[in-house]
Design a binder for this molecule. Sequence first.
Ligand code: PNW
Length: 512
Amino acid sequence: MSNEVASKLPKDFIWGFATASFQIEGSTNVDGRGKSIWDDFSKQPGKTLDGRDGDIATDSYRLWKEDLALLVQYGVKSYRFSIAWSRVIPLGGRNDPVNPKGIEFYSKLIDALIENGITPFVTLYHWDLPQALHERYGGWLNKDEIVQDYVRYSRVCFEAFGDRVKHWLTMNEPWCISILGYGRGVFAPGRSSDRDRSPEGDSSTEPWIAGHSVILSHAYAVKLYREEFKSAQGGQIGITLNGDWAMPYDDNPQNVEAAQHALDFAIGWFADPIYLGHYPEYMKQTLRDRLPEFTQEELIVVKGSSDFYGMNTYTTNLCRAGGDDEFQGFTEYTFIRPDGTQLGTQAHCAWLQDYPQGFRDLLSYLWKRYRMPIYVTENGFAVKDENSKPIEQALLDHDRVQYFKGTTSALIGAVLEDGVDIRAYFPWSFLDNFEWADGYTTRFGVTYVDYETQKRYPKESAKFLVKWFKDNIESDEQPYYQQPPTVSQINNFSGSPLDNLSGPAMIQGLKA
Ligand code: PNW
C-alpha cells in the first residue's frame, strides 16, 4: 500500500463551499442586529451597479435550513461562512452589550452543520464592520480602539462557539478591506482622495493605516485564542489573504521585477509581517513614512500569528513595470499577451480571466516562500452575462465548469507532483449572492438563486465539483459523503418544522 503512487487527495482533505454573512443573510433589521458599514453604503446612489443593497440578499438568515439541506445534498465536508459582528455585538465595542439572538442564530447553525457531519469553517470578519464603530472612532483607521474591540468580539465568539468550531479565520482579505474601502473607495466605507467619490479620505495614507490595524487586530485575537482557548478547545486559527498570481509580461528583467513588486503589494504586505516578521522591503522603500511601523512588542505578536496560509485567489495578471497605480506597486496589469492573444476566458468582471497554470504557480510560490500548510478558502468564476440569461441556460455554466476543471487539476497536481501541502479547497461561492459593488448583477454561485422566488438551483459546476471531490479524495470504508437527510431528519435536529418551504421544493434539479 505505502509504496503505491498516490493518485488522490488524502482522506482528511477538506472541501466545501464558501459564503459571507452580508452577502447572503439579509434580515438586516431583525433580532437586534446592528447596522454594518455595508448597510448604508450599499444604499447610497451609485455605490452598487444595480442600485440594490443587502437587505434581503439570498434570505439565508431565514432560509438557513434549506441552505443546510442543500449542502448536505452536495455532500460537502465543510462549510465556510462568516459571523456578522453586528449581530453578535450590535454596537460592536468592547463595552457594548452582546446580543443573545445573534449568538443563538450562529449557535444553531453550527450545531446543525455538525449534526450533519459538516465541519464549520468560520470567518470572524468578512467586511461588515459595525457602523457604530465607524462613526465612533473611524473603524480601521483607529488602531488603539479597533484592536481592543476586535479582540473582545473574538473572545465572545471563542466563548460562545469555540467548543464546536475548530477552524477559525480572523479576517477575510485585508487587501480588499484596506485598498477597496480606504483607497479606491469602491467598497464600504468608501473613503478616497477622489472627491467625486467621497467627501473625505486620503488614499495616500489611509489604506496603509487600515491594513496595519487589520494585521494587529488579527494578531492580538490569535494571541488571545492561543493563550486562553486553544488548549481547551484545540482548534486552529489563521488569516485569509487575497492574491492573484503575477506573471511577467515578457522576459524583460524590469517586467520580471515588476511581477515581484505586484506580489509584494498584494500579498507580501500582509503575509510577510505575519509569516516572516517584517513588511516587504519594496513597500518600505516606496511608501517610506506612510507605511506604519510595528513596535518590537507588536512584532512579537504579529510574527507567526497564523497556523496556516489562508489563500483566496481568482486569476493571474500579466505584469509590466510602470504606470501610476501605487496599490499595484507601480505595476501595470493586463490579460493580453505580447502576441495579442488573451490569457484566458473572460469572466463577467473585468478583473477576472481563467488561467489554471497561474493558480498552480501561486500555490508553489506561497509554499516555497512561507512554508505553511495552505487552505484555499476561495476560488471561483463569474460567467459573462449569466445574469441576463434565462435560468435554464444559466444553469449550463460551461465557462465556470471549465474554470473548476482547470483549478481542480492544478490543485491535485500541486499536491501530488509539486509537493505543496494543501489541506482544503473552498470554491466561491455556495450561492449566487450580493456581490458587493456589483450588486446582484455578477453571479459567482455554483447554485443559481432566483431572487424573485429565492429558489435555489444547482448549476452544472456544482455537479462537477461534487463529483470531482467524490472521485478524487481517498475514502475509508465509510464514504465521507452522506445520503441527503429526509425532511423529518432535518426537523429533528432543529427541533422545529421547516419554515419558509415554499412551493413544491426549494431545491430543484439535483439527482441524489
Ligand atoms: C472576494 N478584486 O472579493 C471576496 O472575499 C468575496 O466576498 C467576493 O464575493 C469574491 O471575492 C468575488 O469577488 C474580491 O477586485 C473582490 O480583485 C474584488 C477583488 C478580489 C476579490
